[in-house]
Design a protein around this ligand. Structure first.
Ligand SMILES: [Zn+2]
Length: 71
């Protein structure tokens, strides 16, 4: 009886771990999907004419090179 109980508990724990792993995998996949949804737009700095890839959701962005604000 004791052995059966421990086998039962081990089975439950391994199922739980498997379920948690699947949930984490799905969440990670969702994160990747969200990342793919935010398109990167090629933007040119109006001041120093450097090219950067900025998220198209941003209305304004700061040039990392000359630190000036661009639309
Ligand atoms: Zn710049």
């Amino acid at each position: 009886m004791k052995i059966e109980l421990s086998v039962f508990l081990t089975a439950i724990f391994s199922i739980l771990i498997a379920v948690i792993m699947v949930i984490e995998l799905l969440e990670e996949r969702n994160k990747i999907m969200i990342k793919k949804d935010t398109h990167l737009k090629k933007q040119k700095c109006e001041v120093c004419t450097s090219l950067y890839f900025i998220s198209s959701a941003l209305k304004y962005w700061r040039c990392p090179f000359c630190n000036s604000l661009n639309k």
